[in-house]
Design a protein around this ligand. Structure first.
Ligand code: SF4
Ligand code: SF4
Length: 216
């Protein structure tokens, strides 16, 4: 899932400073799971914004709507009465926010969250980054553990000389990705594969505008 964290109320307030009629739009998929963008987050953020403006003596009308996904026109079509608002605050990931901006080209669309990473839901409210969408997956060579996302240096061969008691030299609170890879491949009898050299990856696949066309 895509993980995002809320922007601060001060930041959102600054973005809508010139408006008194805004729509707060939630997304009910990934960002809802991480408690950042679903119906509840919309309601909490909208309420905080209303109260804050009231304290300043400047009321603001905030519509609240949440669709299943903002990364899909099919669901964006369900947004109602958008043209009655001066701006839209989107509580979706960066993809959804841009989807919203495309759907409503004449209305400013503002980000209510910071999109952070693609992660795994370890437990309620705790996520680990697992994939950086590099476009050339090497999980078959690394025991199903991503060296790009889980090694601080994105090394394709490791561990580096800094690993210490299974922890990463960049951040001693986090496991060394390459120790995880070694342990896993040792357990699965893939030591030989572990010792094989992994050649450089083509990062051009990750650095250019990408698309997927399934229409053919
Ligand atoms: S190797 Fe690339 S595609 Fe595969 S999990 Fe890692 S970042 Fe994602
Ligand atoms: S200690 Fe491990 S995770 Fe950290 S940079 Fe070195 S190989 Fe990567």
């Amino acid at each position: 899932m895509i993980v995002a964290e809320p922007k601060s109320l001060d930041e959102i307030k600054a973005m809508v400073d010139g408006y008194d009629r805004v729509l707060m739009a939630g997304c009910g998929t990934c960002v809802e799971v991480c408690l950042t963008g679903g119906e509840r987050a919309v309601n909490i953020t909208a309420t905080a914004l209303r109260l804050s403006r009231k304290v300043e003596g400047r009321d603001i009308e905030i519509g609240e709507q949440t669709v299943i996904r903002q990364c899909d026109f099919e669901y964006l079509d369900q947004i109602r009465d958008a043209d009655k608002y001066q701006a839209i605050i989107s509580l979706a990931c960066g993809v959804g926010i841009q989807g919203m901006a495309r759907k409503f080209p004449n209305i400013p669309v503002l980000p209510g969250v910071n999109t952070t990473f693609m992660g795994f839901n370890e437990e309620y409210g705790y996520y680990t980054e697992m994939c950086k969408g590099c476009g050339e997956c090497v999980l078959d060579k690394t025991g199903g553990i991503c060296p790009v996302a889980r090694c601080a240096k994105s090394l394709l061969n490791g561990p580096c000389g800094g690993t210490n008691n299974g922890k990463c030299e960049i951040d001693s609170t986090r496991d060394c990705g390459w120790v995880l890879i070694y342990n896993k491949m040792n357990d699965t009898g893939e030591r030989e594969k572990f010792l094989a050299y992994n050649g450089p990856k083509n990062y051009q696949k990750a650095n250019n505008l990408r698309y997927m066309d399934l229409r053919k």
